[in-house]
Design a protein around this ligand. Structure first.
Ligand code: 2PG
Ligand code: MG
Length: 398
């Protein structure tokens, strides 16, 4: 296809912030895309948007649009031409001037405008037979909510069927509400940034609530429903220690040094049969990740890797799963490279939403088209449901 016109506009995200949507008109069709941005942002991520978003909107509409006109894009690899062109306008290392979200949205819109086929088919090399399983956030803490220090309490059902797993996540979410009503005097039904419940419980009591709900639903479905955590360790690390504000009943304030944190997380995994722990340590502590990776549990790097191929190469054998967030690196080509490195090294790539999402469902297509076994999303909320419902539609076709 040939690009005819490119437009950028400001839209809103789910967190009360701005996002930028890019629309591409080609000789085949017109398509638009946007991508989520984070609240607990890792040290090694590129910038999501330039400080003055009007500057980039003007640049896209007045300069990129003219200069990209007639550019020919036929396959995924052709995005190299787009990246070379756009990055020529921004030599900063963290994409200060362009913003990672803008380049990724442009690339997604261009890919979609290549064909009338759905995006996952444009990305897939062969006929897709497998759906990703949803890792669902059912209770929030940390920078996303308040209450517990852990940022996310997650659910993963041990089934290969997407629709069953998504339904189980929803049932656990509902069951968690029932448990919170019984156990948290302050609970009034509030929800955090990614739709997970808010509560005033400490870390381990909240874990207990989620486990109880997961076990109950698991018994009903006769499927193991396992619990995971995003500790978001970088948000707790003060440069010397992990600072907890809601550690346990009677002992809310607690500081742990690196060894104590390792011991605490190890114990938490074992005594709760956790299936998944994301960022248990801060963004530079590769050694502790390596040590914890001996556990029979996915040890996942998010802020540790920042969807950066160089950082992932440093983490081989130190993690068993990696979060893939396109806007962390601001390049779809590098996102694909990260997924390839992960698969070649038996690390599970997990396509992930951000806390500040839009209704765009492209990450559902990335997970299917690039055959990622797991997608991390919220369970409720329009911007989360947009991804899940798209996966339900895709699963009918597969
Ligand atoms: C995370 C994400 C998404 P944020 O830490 O994994 O759940 O949160 O988008 O705020 O970085
Ligand atoms: Mg995370």
């Amino acid at each position: 296809m040939k690009i005819k016109e490119v437009r950028a506009r400001r839209i809103f995200n789910s967190n009360g912030g701005d996002a930028i949507e890019v629309e591409v008109e080609s000789d085949v069709r017109t398509a638009k895309a946007s991508i989520g941005a984070g609240t607990s942002v890792g040290k090694y991520e590129v910038n999501a948007y330039p400080e003055n978003i009007n500057s980039i909107i003007n640049l896209v509409n007045n300069v990129f649009s003219k200069e990209l006109r007639n550019l020919q894009i036929e396959k995924f690899g052709d995005l190299k031409k787009v990246e070379d062109y756009v990055n020529g306008h921004d030599t900063s290392e963290n994409m200060n001037k362009i913003g990672g979200n803008v380049l990724v949205a442009l690339e997604l819109a261009i890919l979609k405008a290549c064909s009338n086929e759905p995006l996952y088919k444009i990305l897939a090399k062969k006929k897709i037979k497998k759906m990703p399983i949803p890792l669902g956030n059912c209770l929030g803490g940390g920078k996303h909510s308040g209450g517990p220090d852990f940022q996310e309490y997650l659910i993963l059902a041990e089934t290969k069927k997407f629709d069953v797993a998504a339904e189980i996540n929803r049932e656990v979410f509902n069951a968690v509400k029932g448990e919170l009503k019984k156990r948290d005097r302050n609970f009034i039904g509030g929800r955090g940034m990614e739709g997970g419940w808010n509560c005033s419980l400490n870390n381990l009591d909240a874990l207990n609530v989620v486990r109880k709900a997961a076990d109950k639903v698991g018994r009903e479905y006769k499927i193991d429903v396992r619990v995971g955590l995003d500790v978001a360790g970088g948000s707790l690390w003060n440069g010397r220690k992990y600072e907890y504000k809601n550690f346990s009943r009677g002992n809310p304030k607690k500081n742990l040094n690196s060894e104590e944190q390792l011991e605490f997380i190890r114990k938490t995994i074992r005594s709760n049969n956790l299936i998944y722990v994301e960022d248990p340590f801060h963004d530079n502590d590769f050694d502790s990740f390596k040590e914890l990776n001996k556990e029979a549990c996915y040890i996942c790097g998010d802020d540790l890797i920042a969807t950066n191929p160089i950082r992932l190469n440093e983490a081989l054998k130190k993690i068993s799963a990696v979060i893939v967030k396109p806007n962390q690196i601001g390049s779809l080509l590098k996102v694909k490279e990260v997924i390839n490195i992960a698969k070649d090294n038996k690390i599970v790539p997990i396509i992930s939403h951000r806390s500040g999402e839009t209704e765009d469902n492209s990450i559902a297509h990335l997970a299917v088209g690039w055959e990622c076994p797991i997608i991390k999303t919220g369970i409720v909320g329009g911007e989360r449901i947009a991804k899940l419902n798209e996966l339900l539609r895709i699963s009918e076709e597969i």
